[in-house]
Design a protein around this ligand. Structure first.
Ligand code: NAD
Length: 483
């Protein structure tokens, strides 16, 4: 048992078929704020995944499969209420596990509750259609669950990603198998505990922690699954898609980004500043929709760069529980990757660097936020996801150039445009290649109601909002000839 869970659940257990059990092996659990081991988690593998998939099938044949849309909505709503009651506990768990400053972890817990409320309310509002057809026919569509859905989740926003993916799948009546990340799975287990307490029928949600190459690979290749929702890196996403392809099942891939914010000459810089900076440093930059490129019209570049630098200079980095602007990175490995990128950017101008607080534990994975300028399009820091607290500033002279730079990475998750010109807002919203475009704001990570997903190498398929309900269901057409 881990100290971090304070007796709420045993972190070395898995949740399969409504019961808690322990696999033979465990993995160490680290606190990224100081590098200490704070407990252990289950190391599920192929055998446990197999049990979880079969429990999910049994659930579809039983109480969960028979539940009406109203009943599914009620249980999700109850989960949402219980999540809200335990926001502080969930936030503390996540802060310890991910290293996320407490306020940011609290926001994630509230977002998890919102997903449950949203999908609880949506369950009985998804309908089929009647289709005008030939004389003598009545034709209609039924929107049915896919069956058993697999959910492979990363460590950076466990609660939000579980909420959007598992929440939507349960709403449509699927039975789910969740494989949280080995670096951070405590809130996934807490979520299972809450779902159990809310009365979710056994087998509707199964949670199997474990390594990606073991539990994750076994889940994505399992012949008993009917859909895979994968959120994570591009290389693993490709493997997951290939594995699912063998079983001819659909895949939603939510991958990385290099999301730009485009600041035009007429932008309201006072309004933009907090968004420009926060979208880069939130969760220490470990956000798929982090805005790591800021494109600034040449006429405003010096002013915007100076004002961003001022904010960067005031950023403090420290342990999650101190609740500063920036926490540690998730692991020593992630710190090494980010520091490697910063070395690759040593030819760039360092406009400002945040401060790691003096008493930050030496074993924590801290990287000071870096604001960099002078990259030309094509520079490695302009092209590749850093997944750490660093932003690169670029200049442009006109709209076409801004679009070319913004769309020039092959990734396309989120983008934003800052301008008071209404026609330009509309044009840019159409031209920017991204799954979400924000106008005069930026929504890294947020927006339960807003369809979300990538274009290009940022992935395919949409989660969040009503759109996710179409991804987690399929249409059956019924054509009755009655004369
Ligand atoms: P990752 O791909 O290493 O791991 C993600 C999940 O996949 C984990 O649960 C891991 O255990 C599992 N996994 C690893 N190897 C596997 C395998 N062979 N088969 C099946 N599953 C396997 O990614 P990460 O480092 O944890 O997360 C960072 C990446 O995720 C970044 O690129 C980031 O942009 C992306 N991300 C995207 C979104 C989004 O919504 N688009 C959200 C969060 C993170």
């Amino acid at each position: 048992m881990s100290d971090a869970t304070a007796g709420w659940f045993d972190s070395t257990e898995m949740f399969i078929d409504g019961t808690w059990s322990r696999p033979a092996a465990t993995l160490p659990l680290e606190n990224p704020s100081d590098g200490t081991e704070i407990g252990a988690i289950a190391r599920g593998g192929a055998a446990e995944i197999d049990r979880a998939v079969s429990a999910a099938h049994t659930a579809l044949d039983g109480e969960w499969g028979r539940a009406t849309a109203v009943e599914r909505g009620r249980v999700l709503t109850r989960i949402g209420r219980l999540v809200l009651e335990r926001v502080e506990d969930l936030a503390r768990l996540e802060a310890q596990d991910v290293g996320k400053p407490l306020t940011q972890a609290r926001n994630d817990a509230i977002a998890l509750a919102r997903y449950m409320e949203f999908y609880g309310g949506a369950a009985d509002k998804i309908m089929g259609e009647t289709i005008p057809y030939m004389d003598g026919y009545t034709v209609y569509t039924l929107r049915e669950p896919l069956g058993v859905t697999a959910h492979i989740v990363p460590w950076n926003y466990p609660m939000q990603i579980i909420g959007r993916s598992v929440g939507a799948a349960l709403c449509m009546g699927n039975a789910t198998v969740l494989k949280p990340a080995e670096e951070a799975c405590l809130t996934a287990l807490a979520f299972a505990r809450i779902a159990e307490e809310a009365g979710l029928p056994a087998g509707a949600l199964n949670v199997v922690p474990g390594l990606g190459e073991e539990a994750g690979a076994a889940l994505s290749a399992h012949p008993g699954i009917d859909h895979v929702s994968f959120t994570g890196s591009l290389p693993v996403g490709k493997m997951v898609q290939q594995a699912a392809g063998e079983n001819v099942v659909p895949v939603t891939l939510e991958l990385g980004g290099k999301s730009p914010q485009v600041v035009f000459e007429d932008a309201d810089v006072d309004a933009a500043l907090p968004f420009l900076v926060n979208a880069g440093i939130q969760n220490a930059g470990q956000t798929c929709s982090a805005s790591s490129r800021i494109l600034i019209h040449r006429s405003r570049f010096d002013e915007v760069a100076a004002r961003m630098a001022e904010r960067y200079g005031a950023l403090r980095v420290g342990p999650a529980m101190l609740d500063l602007e920036v926490g540690p990175l998730i692991s020593a490995r992630q710190k090494q990757i980010v520091e490697g990128y910063l070395k690759l950017g040593s030819d760039l101008e360092q406009l400002a660097v945040g401060q790691i607080v003096e008493d930050a534990p030496a074993g924590g994975h801290y990287v000071a936020p870096h604001l960099l300028s002078g990259a030309t399009p094509g520079h490695v820091l302009e092209q590749e996801e850093i997944f750490g607290p660093a932003q690169v500033l670029l200049t442009f002279d006109d709209e076409d150039e801004a679009v070319a730079i913004a769309n020039g990475t092959g990734l396309g998750l989120v983008a934003s445009v800052w301008t008071g010109n209404g026609a330009r807002q509309m044009r840019m919203a159409r031209k920017l290649r991204a799954g979400q475009v924000f106008v005069n704001n930026y929504g890294a990570g947020g927006g339960v109601e807003l369809p979300f997903g990538g274009v290009g190498k940022s992935g395919h398929g949409r989660e969040k909002g009503f759109e996710a309900l179409y991804s987690f269901s399929q249409v059956k057409t019924v054509a009755a000839l009655h004369g």
